[in-house]
Ligand binder design. Structure first.
Ligand code: FAD
Length: 446
């Protein structure tokens, strides 16, 4: 039987970072990753949509195995099928046993398929992280004209935008009043929908899928209002569920949002078993309530926490802030922390500061875009709770600045006077600098 000090099940975002961090903190430990993907086949999960219009093939969207070998981490390609917590062993599908001192579950998530008639027809696809599956999708796309995407979250929009780049006729069907409604306030959702429409993508909101039509292959989608949409491919993008099969079999506790329950150090109910990433339950940074948020950035952050904690607790998880950005054509939009709607649901009393400014200075510079920002501050503590931004490609890093301010629990006064650097070609002007300015506007309301 093979024996290792640290065994990580899962070799994607969370598992890789947990392994690298463990190597940094425990130089002499034997560290092993077991994962299902063959050598050279771990996809960059967030890059999946870009295979279809920008990058070209799944093979160009791969995380290098050198991340493991370069850090002296052993790789086993295979499937873990059971955990014996008493004997501290993991069994694989081909009958091998691996002994561990510390085990990290990083088994991720799988797409949710809506159980509607027609879900098993040919040409029904979803965002599955598998090279062969995505090559099959790529091949199918060659013979397709009309695509309907069920789900107007950021992943649905990204696939829609990429399919459009191939010249396909794309319709996005969203059951809520707006696309992106779970992550943005209404104004930002409307702006994003306008950009989709400008790019020729059909957007149907308040629209619910009832049945996928067709005999063998997809021919269309029927909505609950009776409308029928023509389609020769159907792409389901309604979210993912935590892959907790192994954990449940091993009788580890499952949390309220159906992820593996962990404490603030990333430990499951078994002190030698940790869980990270999409398979693990999270807590909100703001309310400490269970959160089902699933992001690669969060998985990697948890990998950095757990990788350090394996043989002695060093890092504590303060909960998920939730930050992300996306892009429709050249329109970037992103969010950190709570939206106005989420802050209201959580029970906060808050004020808002909103600004618009060119993202370069002077605004006559070529390529300048309008950058719009909305910051939210809690009234009692005056701490920043969240921010939403739209603009160009700088949005991604602006969101990260906002995340750092939120994590530091900075007050409106501190945000208004935070120190930053500017350059005409890179940033807005220091005079109306949007983060400081939005904080000043909010401060005046406190
Ligand atoms: C299309 C798309 C776009 C996205 N875009 C973004 C983005 O822009 N930003 C962002 O932050 N997040 C994004 N996400 C979310 C992000 O991809 C996930 O949060 C991330 O992949 C989670 O990483 P993970 O390591 O927890 O799990 P996963 O990536 O799901 O990996 C799970 C790993 O576990 C292995 N595994 C599972 N079971 C077993 C077993 N029994 N034995 C052995 N191995 C096993 C798998 O083989 C795999 O290696 C996107 C997701 C999708 C689908």
């Amino acid at each position: 039987m093979e024996q290792t000090d640290v065994l990580i099940i899962g070799g994607s975002a969370g598992g890789i970072v947990a392994g690298i961090t463990a190597r940094r903190h425990y130089k002499d430990a034997k560290i092993t990753v077991i994962r299902k993907e063959k050598a050279g086949q771990v996809l960059v999960p967030c890059g999946l949509p870009y295979i279809f219009g920008t990058v070209g093939t799944p093979e160009k969207n791969i995380m290098p195995d050198a991340l493991l070998s370069g850090n002296n981490i052993e790789l086993i390609v295979g499937e873990a099928t059971s955990i014996d917590r008493k004997a501290k062993t993991v069994t694989t599908a081909n009958g091998e046993s691996i002994g561990y001192q510390k085990l990290v579950l990083a088994t991720g998530s799988v797409p949710i398929i809506i159980p509607i008639p027609g879900k098993d027809l040919e040409n029904v696809f979803c965002a599955t992280k598998d090279v062969d599956y995505l090559n099959g999708l790529l091949k199918t796309l060659d013979g397709v004209k009309d695509v309907v995407i069920i789900g107007g979250g950021f992943i649905g929009l990204e696939f829609g935008d990429e399919f459009k780049k191939r010249g396909l006729n794309v319709t996005i069907v969203e059951m809520l009043p707006h696309c992106l409604q779970i992550v943005f306030d209404e104004g930002f959702c409307v702006l994003s929908e306008d950009k989709l429409k400008e790019r020729g993508i059909n957007v149907k909101t308040n629209a619910q899928a009832e049945a996928i039509l067709g005999d063998k292959k997809v021919k269309g989608l029927k909505l609950t209002n009776g409308e029928e949409l023509k389609a020769d491919m159907l792409f389901m993008c309604i979210g993912v569920r935590a892959d907790t099969g192994l954990a449940q079999k091993a009788e580890l506790q499952i949390g309220e949002t159906r992820g593996i329950w962990v404490d603030e150090y990333g430990r499951t109910v078994d002190k030698d078993i940790f869980a990270i990433g999409d398979c693990a339950e999270k807590r909100s940074f703001f309310t400490k309530k269970p959160s089902a948020l699933k992001l690669a950035s969060v998985a990697c952050n948890e990998g950095r926490i757990v990788g350090a904690n394996l043989f002695g607790l060093k890092r504590r998880n303060e909960g998920v802030i939730g930050s992300f950005a996306t892009i429709i054509g050249e329109f970037g939009v992103g969010q950190a922390g709570l939206t106005e709607a989420a802050a209201t649901t959580a029970g906060f009393d808050f004020v808002i500061g909103e600004v618009k400014t060119p993202d370069k200075h002077p605004g006559s510079l070529p390529g300048t875009k309008e950058l719009g920002m909305k910051l939210i501050f809690e009234k009692a503590s005056q701490e920043i709770l969240g921010g939403q931004v739209y603009g160009g490609s700088t949005v991604g890093e602006v969101v990260n600045i906002l995340t750092a301010l939120i994590q530091s629990r900075m007050t409106a006064n501190e945000v208004a006077t935070f120190q930053f650097g500017t350059h005409p070609l890179f940033t807005p002007s220091p005079v109306p600098y949007p983060i400081a300015n939005a904080a000043e506007i909010a401060l005046a309301k406190l």
